[in-house]
Ligand binder design. Structure first.
Ligand SMILES: Cc1cc2nc3c(=O)[nH]c(=O)nc-3n(C[C@H](O)[C@H](O)[C@H](O)COP(=O)(O)OP(=O)(O)OC[C@H]3O[C@@H](n4cnc5c(N)ncnc54)[C@H](O)[C@@H]3O)c2cc1C
Length: 194
């Protein structure tokens, strides 16, 4: 029905995306599509016949389905969680828009990492092994380099007392990591959630 017939030009429409999982028993890692469809539809031949029907219907409206390129049937739980989370923060439309504008979307989970110590006798944590600030700082590579450069300078200047020198190095590098980590949290929370 056309918009005019419904009089929708008078209405303010808000779209709410509802997560709905069609296939909850699907294993988390998904399944080989042929195996899954054979089990679901009784035989691979029957599944292919159904695919052909969908392909024909799609072609009529300009959608080209390429079922032969689908190797795995995924579990979609993570995408439902994303839709729910986006709704929780009132950002569903923005997430859908970003998804539609991205040709090959991928998701990179971001975890905050901050260790309380970097020196364990003669074993040291540097770079991402010690602190992973959120990517908003765009400074993790220089932090890793700063850790290493400072370590070289510390060892050169240690005059044989390596324990004391490493203690000073650790204190300065912990401060650097903690500051960057806090800045990443602040920038991330501000740009994505608040
Ligand atoms: C998608 C993405 C985008 C990023 N963009 C930016 C950016 O714009 N700016 C920025 O500053 N930072 C960015 N970063 C972060 C940056 O890449 C890291 O902070 C930086 O590479 C950390 O350096 P690193 O030496 O600590 O660790 P890595 O670069 O991860 O080096 C660790 C090395 O150790 C090797 N390794 C692991 N385990 C073992 C083992 N058991 N034995 C031997 N070798 C092992 C790994 O293969 C790897 O080569 C980005 C990261 C990602 C994932």
């Amino acid at each position: 029905m056309r918009d005019g017939a419904l009089g929708t030009e008078q209405l303010k429409i808000e779209v709410e995306w509802k997560p709905f999982q069609l296939n909850p028993p699907m294993p988390r890692e998904g399944m080989n599509r042929r195996e899954y469809r054979t089990r679901k539809f009784g035989s691979w031949e029957h599944s292919r016949m159904l695919d052909a029907q969908v392909r024909a219907a799609g072609a009529e409206v300009g959608i080209r389905f390429a079922h032969d390129k689908i190797e795995r049937t995924p579990n979609t739980l993570a995408s439902h969680q994303l839709i729910w989370l986006a709704g929780h923060y009132g950002r569903q439309d923005a997430v859908v828009e970003a998804r539609q504008a991205t040709r090959d979307p991928f998701l990179q989970p971001i975890l905050d990492l901050a260790v309380p110590r970097m020196v364990f006798d003669r074993t040291l944590l540097v770079g991402d092994a010690a602190f992973i600030p959120r990517p908003h700082t765009a400074a993790s590579t220089s932090k890793a380099a700063a850790n290493a450069i400072a370590l070289g300078e510390t060892i050169r200047a240690s005059s044989g007392d390596l324990d004391t020198a490493l203690g000073k190095w650790e204190s300065a590098q912990l401060t650097l990591g903690q500051r960057l980590e806090a800045q990443g949290r602040m920038l991330g929370n501000r740009s994505q959630f608040s």
